[in-house]
Design a protein. Sequence first.
Length: 369
Amino acid sequence: MKYLPFFLFAMLFQVMAIAQIPLTTVPSGGNKKAAVSERVGLTDVSIHYDRPGVKGREGKIWGQLVHTGYTDQGFGNTKAAPWRAGANENTVFEFSTDVQVEGQPLAAGRYGFFIAYGPEECTLIFSKNSSSWGSYYYNPTEDALRVKVKPKPLQESVEWLKYEFSNQTANSAVVSLQWEKLAIPFRIETDLIKEQIASFRRELRTEKGFIWQSWDQAAAWCVQQNVNLEEALLWTDSSTHNFGGDKSFTAWSTRAQVLNKLGRNAESAAVMKQALPFGTMNEVHQYGRQLLNLKYYKEAFEVFKGNYEKYPGQFTTLMGMTRGYSAMGDYKNALKYANMALPLAPDNNNKNSVLTIIDKLKAGKDGNN
């Protein structure tokens, strides 16, 4: 029995400790917790906030409940606090990469978000302090970025404050705070080229770098964007010499395209000649069409001819010969191959296309135009 007081004391301590753990309830004031996120380019943008309601206070939100500019809230250690841009805890923005907000740079990271409201102009504040409650302890020395934007009226009232993403492009989006009959929109932009190249570099060092297609995809993207070509050429070294890409028409043709973009045309042509034996009938045919578009008529004819010799009597290769002879001005032979291709047309669209070419050739015109 002499141990009973200690046992009771231990039980009492446990009960007191448990009593300090609050139960889960709705946020104070009935404000709703919310989060919204979007991928802008390759950048993940997320917003965590609480949603105050209008609750019958139409006409008393902006300039009253949401104070104008900065104010002394009578609590905390700041005498000039902006609005918390929500309710309860800080509204928090997170960016997975560097971004631009209204054209101004902001580093990747987590930020508390505040607004100094004005009826004609609002100052948006991204603070390095993202863990405070509201703006009671706002400190301007912790500002990471300030930008000014114009608020816009809304036709219909929004009962619960919300953030929305809109007007998206490949590398930008407009974020808009909306409440009652006012919106405060601002544009977020990312450097898509920079982030995509950085993403390629990271992923090519993972298991994704053990297939030639990954190296080829990265290089081909650089060709399409006409950027980072010297590194893209190095990537084609991997795609054409490792992981089975040495016998891939696609891998070699991408390398040729990079060389062409770099102005090394003779090397590009030599690589394509090396690639042709690995191409399918359709791949080689499409390459011939590309040469036609570039007005390399003699080279295109040689490609079509080689494809026909490998795959004789096929609709695709017969049409290649048609186009090749037509581009060289030999309409008689072009017409011969077109007539051979006509009964082999796989569908009405192709049949009608061949008939159109035949009509042009009979009229003494190039069937490719």
